[in-house]
Design a protein around this ligand. Structure first.
Ligand code: KIV
Length: 277
């Protein structure tokens, strides 16, 4: 196993121009597999609301949901750095509540850092959480918790005004102390410019190849979640088909008496069982 990935590894990777890999994880066994594959960081994203809980968007995800899934992922990850997403309303009410909720993800969820969405509007919260010694990742561009303000899942920063706002927000987040920024669904050239201007790494999702790292939702990457597949997703496996085929084979073998066979069955001596008849 190579060295544990930490906040300093993010900084070192940016300096050494080494790409940072990140995938989402929501449960123990998947976290363990991704960790074995040596992905650098695991994000317990609030996307779990959609891919794990079947909601239409991420807005219904609660702190309790996040703590529950962060605990599971933290137990499965040995090398990867685990980041917990702060859900909708967990950092919007007051600075005090924001710090307390970030602290819960660390203390109860066992994660190493938190992520929250937004730029200038959440700068005070970011500074307060960082002051509490909790590493923070920012998230700009298409921030799914603002879906009702955006009017849908749309590419952000396509005109001068919105592109400038994202760039300024990135600089403000860096000043406030975040150690990396996720850029979601922004034009490639804007992500490139931001990545060049920042001293901290950018992690892209639908933001092109010039980011310092990439993140994907694991269920998208493995072809397991098919309700909606964004343009930026590349499927590296078709587990959907593999799971359906395996399930069909199990049902058929069970119905035909092929499963369970002797090798999957426990035996008892005949003279013992005969006494019970
Ligand atoms: O919730 C999530 O999974 C995310 C990533 C898509 C960046 O925020």
């Amino acid at each position: 196993m190579s060295k544990k990935f930490t906040v300093s590894s993010f900084q070192k990777a940016k300096k050494d121009k080494k790409k940072i890999s990140m995938l989402t994880a929501y449960d123990y066994s998947t976290a363990k597999l991704l960790d074995q594959a040596e992905v650098d960081s695991l994000l317990v994203g609030d996307s779990l609301g959609m891919v794990m809980l079947g909601y239409e968007n991420t807005l219904q995800v609660t702190m309790e949901d996040m703590v529950h899934h962060c605990k599971a992922v933290s137990r499965g990850a040995k090398r990867a750095m685990v980041i917990g997403d702060m859900p909708f309303l967990s950092y919007h009410i007051s600075i005090e509540e924001s710090v307390r909720n970030a602290g819960r993800l660390i203390q109860e969820g066992g994660v190493h850092a938190v992520k929250l969405e937004g730029g200038r509007d959440v700068i005070d919260q970011v500074s307060a959480i960082v002051k509490a010694q909790i590493p923070v990742i920012g998230h700009l561009g298409l921030t799914p918790q603002s879906i009702n303000m955006f009017g849908g899942f749309k590419v952000q920063g396509k005109n001068e005004e919105t592109a400038r706002k994202i760039l300024e927000d990135a600089m403000l987040l860096q000043e406030a102390g975040v150690f990396a920024i996720v850029l979601e669904c922004v034009p490639e050239k804007l992500a490139k410019l931001i990545s060049e201007k920042l001293d901290i790494p950018t992690i892209g999702i639908g933001a092109g190849k010039y980011c310092d790292g990439q993140v994907l939702v694991t269920q998208d990457m493995l072809g397991m979640y098919t309700d909606f597949t964004p343009k930026f997703v590349k499927q590296y496996a078709n587990l959907n088909e593999a799971i359906i085929d395996a399930t069909k084979a199990y049902v058929n073998e069970m119905e035909e008496g092929i499963f369970p066979s002797k090798e999957h069955t426990f035996q008892i001596d005949d003279e013992v069982i005969e006494k019970l008849y």
